[in-house]
Design a protein around this ligand. Sequence first.
Ligand code: HOZ
Length: 430
Amino acid sequence: MSTNAQLFERAQLSIPGGVNSPVRAFRAVGGTPRFIARAQGAYMWDAEGAKYIDYIGSWGPMILGHGHPAVLDAVLKAAHDGFSFGAPTEREVELAEEIIRHVPSIEQVRLVSSGTEAGMSAIRLARGATGRSKIVKFEGCYHGHADALLVKAGSGLATFGHPTSAGVPAEVVQHTLVLEYNNLEQIEEVFKTQGHEIACVMIEPIAGNMNFVRAQVPFVKRIRELCDQHGALFVFDEVMTGFRVALGSAQSVYTQAIPGFRPDISVFGKVIGGGMPLAAFGTSRKIMQNLAPLGPVYQAGTLSGNPVATACGLATLKEISKPGFYEALGARTKSLVAGLTQAAKTAGVPFVGDSEGGMFGFFFASELPQNYNVVMATDKERFNRFFHGMLDCGVYLAPALYEAGFVSAAHTDADIAATVAAAASVLAKA
Ligand code: HOZ
């Protein structure tokens, strides 16, 4: 039995399903998960010493690649000064200032430890600030695993065929209204009938938990108008897209298309922690006044603003703020998608892809899907064959069709060329 298989068997004795996060178990694609021993730059090595070009990047955070020297140095220095104090530090102020500097919709930010925590707290803040209970989310958008948001949430839930998790009482989700992504009629209707009761509309602006599906510009524009007309807050969940698709995050992409556009509340994770457990939610000073210790909306955390995690995040943000960073990252990601598209065309396989900054997605379909139901109808069997073929060639893609992919600054043109060559040989056989 291979070392990965032995480790997986052993893991299943002490950890449910052998994993600490469901998608890692390879249930969607079948086969044995690779147990990763180490990573450097754009590569990971598994417990058997096999090398992979990594397009997961820890599901988004590793925008600089693994083990970037400046980040490593900052983390080691911070670790020497102490792991956690449960008291404020200058570094967390610096990180908050740095996030605010790049995202004009935010005047204040609260640091937490995970995207789930940030999303859950953003909803509580929106409800506390508006005095309303109802929230609107969209099918296929995942906002972490807080009960109220775990309805038709794409990603792991889609993989395992349970649109909503067991253990979430119906009363807990009675205020969660779930609409189709990019469906203007449905959002108009819900505001017409329940607008005065809606605390917020929460969206992944580029949904990365149903692979890669963009919210259309007219859709985002109309939600903004409806929120303004009805006194609801517009929450951008940028856990995946934040500092990943642009320095100003996905909201800056929409501001280019909709002059003056800003969401009310933003949720961040992944890149702002550079691979350490760190996330955040931010908004105007006025809305933030509702948060404890200033106001009645409670939120707290022993490891919030952790000194080692903030050092990692700060060092990462410093690197990605350098001139030309996103131009180079975006061009490389585009060249990957173009290469894969060409390889599929040559093999006569229906294929579409899209990317923004360092985030990409692709489908075995003839058109880019606009919502969850269409994503679910794309060719899953072919994706699974492709995934395993690529893995055998040393290319590590996300082990589920419902996940976005990530390119880092450490990926070279040669890595992209090797990936495209692997795809051409896999698709020729698929
Ligand atoms: N939340 C991720 C899927 N969108 C999975 C995270 C992980 O398994 O590390």
